[in-house]
Write a protein that binds this ligand. Structure first.
Ligand code: NAD
Length: 258
């Protein structure tokens, strides 16, 4: 079996991914705040480094694939820490263990939200690796109105998508033979969206962006299966892609503008 490190393994897309991998006989080391093999807080630098070290130890120093699903959508500054730095610094900390594998792979989870209005300044700060500055910019958007704070989420996912394109073709990733890609989901039915989808107003707001979605809201398995293919031995040449697995949200929002 291959050894997979899956973040956000206690819920939603991460839990579905871990379950499908285990069903296939693969070995999964789950990472989450609670209810995981490695319990850690990916919102802090210390948490990320400790989590990567613990996962690597449990894997005996050889990790075949990392799948980073952990994320939050709250209109708070912490969202940039978890969704961007909690992914990028965590997977980078696992590079030595990935390089020890015969067929290393990595995949992260962006979102169709990366196509929504976002803060270019916050995205640039994140891509520059300046977490303090990114948090400061995020704080500026988060007032008393949750709607203004929402911009942190699309900004975090935009930054992550651009990080994947940029990093995938560097010495650290392509140079080491490690495909690095992202999946951008549409509206997935998980605890993250449960509250929003439970009210007719919330559901209408979510659905208003995509009038003709393919097969309506997605089960987490629709994303899990793609993450599993991207990190399988079969993926030998796909790198730097942000794959919109979103019922057509990307085609709706961007149209021909690709
Ligand atoms: P979820 O809330 O069901 O699961 C997220 C998991 O991440 C939870 O188990 C949570 O404990 C963990 N997590 C959160 N903060 C953490 C931290 N600081 N340290 C460690 N673990 C932490 O959500 P989900 O819907 O499965 O989302 C998974 C990923 O998919 C997220 O990155 C999310 O942004 C993305 N996404 C979700 C949707 C959707 O519609 N549900 C759409 C697009 C993208």
């Amino acid at each position: 079996p291959r050894t997979y490190v899956v973040t956000g393994s206690a819920s939603g897309i991460g839990a579905a991914t871990a379950a499908l991998l285990r069903e296939r006989g693969e070995r999964v080391i789950g990472v989450d705040l609670r209810g995981a093999d490695v319990e850690a807080d990916l919102s802090t630098k210390e948490g990320r480094i400790a989590a990567a070290a613990a996962a690597s130890d449990l894997a005996g120093g050889v990790v075949d694939a990392v799948i980073a699903c952990a994320g939050i959508s709250a209109p708070v500054p912490k969202t940039i820490s978890v969704n961007f730095f909690g992914v990028t610094e965590f997977v980078e900390a696992l590079l030595p263990a990935l390089r020890a594998s015969d067929a290393p792979r990595a995949a992260v989870v962006s979102s169709m939200a990366s196509l929504q209005p976002n803060s270019a300044e916050m995205v640039e700060a994140a891509l520059a690796g300046d977490e303090a500055r990114a948090l400061e910019i995020a704080q500026g958007f988060v007032g008393d109105d949750p709607m203004t704070g929402y911009i942190v989420y699309p900004s975090s996912k935009r930054a992550l998508a651009r990080w994947v394109r940029r990093e995938s073709i560097t010495e650290a990733w392509a140079g080491a033979g490690i495909p690095l890609n992202a999946v951008a989901p549409g509206t997935v039915v998980t605890p993250m969206t449960a509250e929003l989808l439970a009210t007719p107003e919330g559901a209408a707001m979510v659905d208003s962006q995509v009038p003709m979605p393919l097969n309506h809201h997605q089960p987490p398995e629709s994303i899990a299966n793609l993450l599993i293919w991207l990190t399988s031995v079969e993926n030998t040449h796909m790198a730097g892609q942000v794959i919109y697995d979103d019922g057509g949200a990307d085609a709706t929002l961007r149209g021909d503008d690709i």
